[in-house]
Design a protein around this ligand. Structure first.
Ligand code: C5P
Length: 226
């Protein structure tokens, strides 16, 4: 199936930059589908742990991923028919996801699955390599980021808001560790695509970030027509 004419907005950036919330709202505003690619790596980390597979074992993790039935329905994530949305959102699975995500065979195993999210009228895809590797022909590429202390504070407030245990210093260290791993890996490292727009959100509200993306998307569409 050639779906290259279906528009994609790629939203990449580091952990806790707020890109998930922003990308989902952009998708809602445009009536587009939404791909949370980080959830895929989290599901794989979860399934590997269940099967006693070490996150460091590249081949075993990739083989395990190929057997999984992963479904997204109404903002929930299902693994082999079971709703695991809550279980994959823990800090442990965030760490696990970032460890399995370094493996090239696993990244290759997840490519087709991600391409299948490209459906009319369009897709907003959020992750680390959406604009660089998975959808290099995306209509609009955004690199959404914020300083590490801002991101740590946001994550801290998010956890406290959910009455979950949170320690600011631990969160800061965890983010620094994850950033270093995501940027330093050989396979699809986190980086800004050459044709991406940088969106720094330290001093932006969620609404402002969403509106900036929507405005830029409209510009792209108008320029394409003219
Ligand atoms: O976005 P989220 O924090 O849920 O992603 C979890 C981890 O999955 C990230 O820290 C990153 O290592 C990995 N990931 C990735 N490529 C993506 C999305 C996420 O390597 N496209």
């Amino acid at each position: 199936m050639n779906n290259s004419n279906i528009p994609v907005i790629a939203v990449d950036g580091p952990s806790a930059s707020g890109k998930g919330t922003v990308a989902q709202l952009v998708a809602d505003a445009l009536g587009f589908s939404y791909l949370d690619s980080g959830a895929l790596y989290r599901v794989v980390a979860f399934a590997a742990k269940q099967d006693d597979i070490a996150w460091s074992d590249a081949e075993a993790v990739a083989t395990c991923a190929k057997t999984l039935d992963i479904q997204f329905k109404n903002d929930q994530v299902y693994l082999n028919g079971n709703d695991i949305s809550e279980q994959i959102r823990t800090e442990e699975m965030g760490q696990g996801a970032s460890q399995v995500a370094v493996h090239a065979p696993l990244r290759a195993a997840l490519v087709d699955l991600q391409h299948h999210f490209r459906k009319a009228p369009g897709l907003v895809a959020d992750g680390r390599d959406m604009g660089t590797v998975i959808f290099p022909d995306a209509e609009l590429k955004i690199f959404l980021t914020a300083s590490t202390p801002t991101r740590a504070e946001r994550r801290y407030k998010q956890l406290i808001g959910k009455s979950l245990p949170a320690n600011y210093d631990d969160i800061l260290l965890d983010l620094q560790e994850r950033d270093a791993r995501d940027k330093g890996r050989a396979s699809a490292p986190l980086m800004m695509a050459a044709d991406a727009m940088l969106l720094e959100t330290d001093h932006l509200t969620i609404t402002e970030a969403v509106n900036t993306i929507l405005k830029n998307y409209e510009h792209k569409k108008l320029n394409k027509k003219s």
